[in-house]
Design a protein around this ligand. Structure first.
Ligand SMILES: [Zn+2]
Ligand SMILES: [Zn+2]
Length: 422
C-alpha cells in the first residue's frame, strides 16, 4: 500500500546529486564527474555539463585539454564510508508463499462482458532494488501465489531490479509468470516495457510539465508506455499541512495533454473512481497495481488483458490496445506471509534506537546534518499551543487551501470548500 510505504520513497528520491564546483577562472565548458557515486540506476557516463556564463580571456589559464576534471572522490582518509550492517526489523531471508489464489474463482470482472482474458497482470511492484523488502525472486513468488501470471516490476528510479526479475522469471518461472520491466520515476510516473533507464540521477523533486513531456516522448521512442500512478495518494493532504504529498502534481488533463498513455486506477486497495471515469472518457489505458513493498501485503486487483501470447511483446501490444478490465477484491487475498522477527535486530535494539535518534538529525532534503529534530519539536509545541488556543475559542480548523503556498495548485478545481471558521 502506497500510504504506508511511500514516504520512505520520497526521501529516497530526493537524493540530490552533489553540487559540482568549477574553478572560477575556467572559461571552457568543463565536464566533471559527480563527486559521489550517483544513486543506483544512474549511468556513470552521465557527466554534468556546466558552462561559465562570462568567459574571461586569461593567459594564465592552461588550455582546456590539459584542464583536469575534479577528482571523482575525496581522499580515502577524508571520506570514510563505514559499511555498517544495521539489521532489519524482520527477517526477510526465508519467505514462503506456499499457496496459490485463483482470483477468478470468487471475483467478477469489473466489465462483466470481459470474460475472454488470458493475462492477470500486476501493473506496479517493488523489490529490494528500491524500497521493497522482497528480492526479485521473492517478489515473483509472491505474485504467483496471488494469482498473477504477469507483473510490471517498477522500482523507483532504477530498472535493475526489473531486469533481474525478468532474468529469473525466464530461467525458473517461465511457465508461470512474465516480467515486464518498468520504472517509477519523478511524479511517480510509470514507464512500462523499457529495457534500460534513459534518465539521469533523480535530483529534482518537482519537475516542470515540459521536463515531464520530454521524458514521456523519450519513453515512447523506446517503445514503452507511460502511465501515472496513484493520483489520490500524490494529491492527498494531511492534517495541519496543506501541501499535497507530491507538490505541483499536474492535473489529469495536463497529463493527458502531455501524452501519457494511461493511469493507475487501482493502487493497492484504493480504487480511484474519478480517474477511472477520466481514463474511460479519453480512451486512456487503465491499469491496476499492487504497489507491493512488503511480503505481508495481499493482492487486491488484477488487470485483465487478452494477449496473443504471454510474452513481453504480446502483453505490451495488448496494453497498447488499451482494452483492460479488472478483478477487484477490496479485502485482499487472505493467505499472507508474515516474516519472523529478526533476532539480531532485537538484540541490537537499544543501540539501533539510539542510532536512529542521531540519524534523525540528518536532513535528507538538503543532504546535510541539521537540527531538524529541534525544529520539529518547536513546530509540534507551537501546533499544540495553537490547538489549545483554538479549542478554547471554539474555532474550527480552516479547511480551505493555504493561499500563500506557491506549490498548491488547485487540483480539484471544482471542489467547493465551505469556510467553517466562524
Ligand atoms: Zn509511487
Ligand atoms: Zn510504487
Amino acid at each position: 500500500m502506497a500510504d504506508a510505504n511511500e514516504p520512505v520513497t520520497r526521501s529516497n528520491e530526493d537524493n540530490s546529486s552533489p553540487d559540482v564546483v568549477i574553478p572560477a577562472d575556467t572559461h571552457e565548458t568543463v565536464e566533471t564527474a559527480p563527486i559521489q557515486d550517483p544513486p543506483s540506476g544512474a549511468s556513470s557516463d552521465n557527466p554534468t555539463t556546466v558552462e561559465n556564463p562570462t568567459p574571461q580571456p586569461d593567459s594564465s589559464v592552461p588550455p582546456a585539454d590539459i584542464l583536469q576534471p575534479l577528482p571523482p572522490q575525496l581522499p580515502r582518509w577524508m571520506n570514510p564510508t563505514p559499511k555498517l550492517h544495521v539489521p532489519e526489523r524482520s527477517d526477510y531471508s526465508h519467505l514462503e508463499f506456499n499457496w496459490k489464489v485463483n482470483p477468478a474463482s470468487y471475483l467478477t470482472p469489473m466489465d462483466n462482458t470481459f470474460v475472454d482474458y488470458n493475462i492477470l497482470l500486476d501493473g506496479h511492484s517493488h523489490t529490494t532494488f528500491s524500497d521493497g523488502r522482497m528480492k526479485p525472486e521473492q517478489l515473483l513468488q509472491w505474485a504467483i501465489a496471488n494469482g498473477y501470471n504477469a507483473i510490471v516490476v517498477s522500482d523507483h528510479n532504477t530498472i535493475e531490479g526489473a531486469l533481474e526479475a525478468q532474468k529469473i522469471a525466464n530461467e525458473k518461472y517461465n511457465n508461470q509468470i512474465t516480467v515486464i520491466p518498468g520504472m517509477e520515476y519523478r511524479i511517480h510516473m510509470q514507464f512500462i516495457g523499457i529495457q534500460s533507464n534513459p534518465f539521469g540521477p533523480f535530483n529534482k523533486p518537482y519537475p516542470t510539465n515540459e521536463e515531464l513531456k520530454n521524458m514521456i516522448d523519450q519513453v515512447h521512442e523506446m517503445g514503452g508506455l507511460v502511465t501515472v500512478n496513484h493520483i489520490p495518494w500524490s494529491n492527498k493532504t494531511e492534517w495541519r499541512y496543506h501541501d499535497p504529498t507530491l507538490p505541483n502534481h499536474p492535473t489529469r488533463d495536463e497529463l493527458y495533454e502531455m501524452g501519457v498513455d494511461g493511469f493507475e486506477i487501482i493502487n493497492g486497495n484504493v480504487f480511484d473512481f474519478e480517474t477511472y471515469v477520466f481514463a474511460k472518457k479519453h480512451q486512456s489505458l487503465a491499469i491496476s497495481g499492487s504497489d507491493v513493498h512488503h511480503p505481508s501485503e495481499g493482492a487486491y486487483a488484477w488487470t485483465l488483458l487478452k494477449a496473443a501470447n504471454r510474452t513481453v511483446e504480446g502483453i505490451m501490444s495488448a496494453l497498447k490496445g488499451k482494452a483492460t478490465s479488472f478483478l477487484f477484491d477490496a479485502t485482499g487475498t487472505r493467505p499472507r506471509y508474515y516474516p519472523a522477527d529478526n533476532k539480531e535486530y532485537l538484540a541490537l535494539l537499544p543501540i539501533t534506537a539510539l542510532a536512529n535518534v542521531f540519524a534523525s538529525f540528518y536532513d535528507d532534503y538538503r543532504g546535510m546534518y541539521s537540527f531538524q529534530v529541534m525544529r520539529k519539536v518547536v513546530k509540534f509545541m507551537y501546533a499544540r499551543y495553537k490547538k489549545f488556543r483554538n479549542d478554547r475559542r471554539g474555532h474550527w480548523r480552516r479547511l480551505d487551501a493555504d493561499e500563500q503556498n506557491p506549490y498548491n495548485r488547485e487540483y480539484y478545481t471544482d471542489m467547493d470548500v465551505i469556510d467553517m471558521e466562524p
